[in-house]
Design a binder for this molecule. Structure first.
Ligand code: SAM
Ligand code: SF4
Ligand code: SF4
Length: 364
């Protein structure tokens, strides 16, 4: 297969900041009345997996032009920006990537972020999403540094299927060891994300549910999404959450439960026999844009207001250009106040091929 290289400039496409008209309004509301509550920070655009739905090998080959270290936000820059976001309403921060545990000294960054307090004096809720390849080794240090919980991605329980999805010959057993280590370290409850792709891992739905039923972990089934522009997404490859729920309920009685908080992305279900809960994330078939309170910072400091954005706002430029915290905070409020994203509500065969930002760069 020929190798297609996406130019870096493509990854960092940006749009001009909207005019800042005064001090930041707090809490900020966007054009659809949504608050700014969650921040996802991508700490690296690199990954040791090549999941077919995220970083397909034929695009992310050995010559792929990843960001240079000097282009990444430093830990000090990330922490400063995170503090300003917290002043502007953020309550939860999730570290992601690429594979966040590949960023050197990530424990140090976690320590710095965990020290941030909300205006009410409580600590910010700090979590991380990982492929778990390094989790068995790092779980204790992550917990000691102040991480609250982890979400682990695992798409199957048998090696041939899992390896066909991660395309890096990575075995299931090591991910399971990472989950156990996270649990033992107190990074619990561990959430487990399974992306379901038709014809690839749908036969793993029931085995995964059985494996984690009663474990205390929360398995979440995620509809295959048209993130980025390289994963060859087609609607036919999506297994709708309602199909998954129907499949599960034929074998294990389940019932829906209320969200933990307004705007929770996963729809929650529990086993009627009391052996735990599962979730479904239906970004494709049941858009949840109306309650979307998430902003994303890319590895080199671009702010994106939607996972499916085609351009972001350059906050690294503000951080490195001598702007004060108050000026940066006002810029965040200005960006949020013009936000009208609702991609999942308007998705179609025509929007899917748009040159959206890659998920490995913007963070999941
Ligand atoms: N590398 C880490 C991991 O895999 O957990 C963190 C980054 S990854 C981009 C974050 C999440 O996005 C993972 O749970 C992954 O399964 C999910 N993801 C990536 N591409 C996806 C797609 N096309 N559709 C649905 N979920 C996707
Ligand atoms: Fe890497 Fe996570 Fe993307 Fe898989 S989903 S390629 S582990 S960033
Ligand atoms: Fe939020 Fe964009 Fe996803 Fe809608 S499509 S839920 S606006 S990230």
């Amino acid at each position: 297969m020929t190798e297609r290289v996406i130019a870096l400039v493509d990854a960092g496409r940006h749009k001009p900041l909207p005019p800042v008209t005064g001090p930041a309004a707090s809490p900020a509301q966007d054009r659809l009345g949504r608050a700014l509550r969650d921040l996802r920070i991508s700490v690296t655009d690199r990954c040791n997996f090549r999941c077919v739905y995220c970083m397909p090998k034929e695009v992310f080959g050995k010559d792929y032009p990843y960001l240079a270290h000097s282009e990444l936000l430093s830990f000090e820059e990330i922490t400063r920006l995170a503090k300003i976001f917290v002043d502007q309403g953020i309550e939860k921060i999730r570290l992601t990537g690429g594979e966040p545990l590949l960023r050197r000294n990530i424990e140090r960054l976690i320590e710095m972020l965990a020290a941030i307090s909300l205006p009410n004096g409580e600590s910010v809720e700090l979590t991380l999403t990982t492929n778990a390849s390094l989790l068995a080794k790092k779980a204790r240090a992550l917990k000691d540094a102040g991480l609250a919980r982890v979400t682990v991605s695992l798409d199957a329980l048998d090696d041939p299927t899992f390896m066909a999805m991660n395309d890096a010959d990575f075995p299931v057993a090591k991910v399971l060891a990472g989950i156990d280590a996270a649990d033992a370290a107190g990074l619990a409850p561990v959430k487990i994300n399974m992306v379901v792709k038709r014809g690839v891992n749908e036969h793993s739905i029931l085995p995964m549910a059985r494996r984690f039923k009663g474990s205390g972990h929360v398995l979440r089934f995620i509809e295959f999404m048209d993130v980025g522009a390289t994963n060859g997404w087609r609607m036919d490859d999506v297994i709708a959450s309602r199909e998954i729920i129907r499949m599960l309920s034929e074998h294990m009685p389940i019932e829906p439960i209320d969200p933990n908080y307004p705007g929770e992305v996963a729809e929650r279900w529990r086993y009627r026999d009391g052996s735990g809960e599962i979730g479904v994330i239906s970004s494709v078939t049941q858009a949840f844009c109306r309650s979307c309170t998430r902003a994303r910072i890319s590895t080199e400091g671009m702010l994106y207001t939607c996972l499916f954005a085609t351009a972001g706002y350059d906050f690294r430029d503000l951080l490195r250009g001598g702007k004060s915290d108050a000026e940066i905070r006002a810029a965040i409020a200005a960006v949020w106040s013009v936000r009208d994203d609702r991609y999942s509500e308007i998705r179609s065969a025509e929007t899917a091929p748009q040159r959206k930002i890659e998920m490995s760069y913007i963070g999941g």
